[in-house]
Design a protein around this ligand. Structure first.
Ligand SMILES: Nc1ncnc2c1ncn2[C@@H]1O[C@H](COP(=O)(O)OP(=O)(O)O)[C@@H](O)[C@H]1O
Ligand code: SF4
Ligand SMILES: [Mg+2]
Length: 342
């Protein structure tokens, strides 16, 4: 990581109050992203990725609560006023998410949407500069200048998605959260989007949090990868190292399920992610883990560091001194099934 990260998240907790109890969607997450770096965030549906991405930008729905630190260039955004967050959003903090129409005004020409966005945040730009910057950003996304004066409904879904992304990128945010930006798109559009994201970090030093189901994208586009399960980061490290030698059983299962089926979607690991109102005791992954040991359901795992820049939350990797006598003994799967039936 570079000397001064753009984003430092420390022990972040985010939860939703519901009639059935608190949904602890993000449960003690820490991470860093430096200028020009991309952190891929992966994990099954329901693991808390979107909550984390939105929580970092202060975009959680009414009723959601937060605790911990989200330091953007040293400033804590947890507890920042709506006004300050609004000011930062756009030129400093950007968000791209899945649904293409959410941020395009159907009644405005594309040209005017870009003009409005730029005028709002960069009042010093001349008309010519606004036009040049807009067309340049759109051009990189494969939208020709001839279409600048058209309305959103005149574009295909894939094009609208690219326009929306261009609209977030035209302000050159220092920190960008992209939540499954390519999930609904075809491979060609996906490649274009990945190229422009790469461009952005090279040219403007944007720090990127890229949330995706697609491990292929992470391998291609991310420096680091964080694996999320049941609200926690269970493994994090340089993408190449984590893929070559996953340390956490969940990461291993995740990689195996994707690779074996050779599809672009994530396929099933036996069992299902837990509900986050009452997650399993100890290691949240223990009911599904092929390597479960006696200590795992009894005691919360403690994060350990390896090879300098890797970390993992799993008793298989220590710390030895915290494992009670006999805790390292494996538990047979059949015995668990019998115990649960009894
Ligand atoms: N507005 C909400 N109110 C209550 N629970 C929510 C809300 N949004 C998400 N959740 C719950 O938070 C957990 C994490 O969801 P989410 O962050 O969307 O995960 P992911 O993006 O990894 O699929 C899930 O259990 C989900 O049901
Ligand atoms: S702590 Fe135990 S149950 Fe959890 S992933 Fe590691 S070995 Fe499996
Ligand atoms: Mg999500």
């Amino acid at each position: 990581m570079s000397a001064e990260p753009v984003l430092t998240v420390r022990d972040l907790r985010l939860w939703y109050g519901t009639p059935r109890g608190s949904v602890r969607a993000v449960d003690g997450v820490s991470l860093e992203i430096g200028a020009g770096q991309t952190l891929g965030l992966v994990g099954e549906s329901g693991s808390g990725k979107s909550t984390l991405g939105r929580g970092i930008l202060g975009l959680l729905p009414e009723g959601a609560k937060s605790d911990g630190e989200v330091l953007y260039k040293g400033r804590n955004l947890v507890g920042a006023s709506h006004r300050e967050l609004r000011r930062l959003r756009g030129p400093e903090l950007g968000l791209i998410f899945q649904e293409p129409m959410t941020r395009l005004d159907p009644l405005m020409r594309i040209e005017d949407q870009f003009r409005e966005t730029l005028e709002q945040h960069e009042s010093k730009l001349t008309d010519a500069e606004i036009r040049r910057r807009s067309l340049d950003t759109l051009g990189r996304m494969g939208i020709p200048p001839t279409r600048f004066r058209q309305y959103p409904h005149e574009f295909s879904g894939g094009m609208r998605q690219r326009i929306m992304i261009a609209l977030a990128l035209v302000l050159r945010p220092s920190l960008l959260v992209a939540d499954e930006p390519t999930t609904a798109l075809d491979v060609i559009v996906e490649a274009q989007i990945l190229r422009i994201l790469a461009d952005l970090k090279e040219n403007f030093g944007t720090a990127l949090l890229l949330i995706t189901h697609n491990l292929g994208i992470v391998a291609e586009a991310c420096d680091h990868v964080a694996v999320m399960y049941a609200g926690q980061i269970v493994e994090e490290g340089p993408a190449r190292d984590v893929f070559a030698e996953p340390k956490h059983p969940y990461t291993r299962e995740l990689l195996r399920s994707t690779i074996s089926l050779d599809t672009r979607e994530l396929h099933s690991i036996p069992g299902a992610p837990p509900n986050l109102i009452t997650p399993p005791t100890g290691c949240h992954f223990h009911p599904r883990c092929p390597d479960i040991m006696r200590v795992c359901p009894a005691k919360d795992p403690i994060e350990t560091r390896h090879d300098g820049d890797r970390r993992v939350l799993c008793w298989l990797h220590g710390p030895e001194s915290e494992i009670p006598p006999g805790g390292g003994e494996p538990i047979e799967r059949e015995r668990i099934a019998v115990a649960e039936e009894a």
